[in-house]
Design a protein around this ligand. Sequence first.
Ligand SMILES: [Zn+2]
Length: 168
Amino acid sequence: MKEIIFQGKNFPIKIDYQPQKRSTLTIKEDHALFSLCYDLSTKQQLEQMKTLHEKLYTTTTKKVVLETLALLKAHSPRRIDKVRFKKMTSRWGSASANFNLNFNLDLAKLPLQVQQYIVIHEYSHLFQMNHSKAFWATVGQFDPHYREHRKILRKYEKAWHKMQTLNN
Ligand SMILES: [Zn+2]
């Protein structure tokens, strides 16, 4: 692990060893700071870094999704039964006809406006379960700049796909 992708930016990792009980991860201006207990083995360090990294994504993804949904519901109420979060490999989110919404826990990797666009996209499916003109008109009501946000999303997907290919 050399860097952390968070809200559209790459943060190089810095590690700080502290005589404390709990390790932490903080996103700073230009780096991601792991503050680790000094008496951990290398294996334990890596495990804690992985856990903290995942926790950062889980916590921030849930916060952004739930806050955006609250705003959408206040503006234009729609029934939602369940909001679920999970790791998904091929999609950022989905909506089902029985009022459930699902979101990828990796959403936190994307710029904030793009995360919000994804929430808006899935929420709009509760009005239109298709990608018709009417659907995009609904999306446009909530996010007038959705075209630009979709473009940015595609750009990130392309870049990351390339990255994965290079890593393999
Ligand atoms: Zn869709």
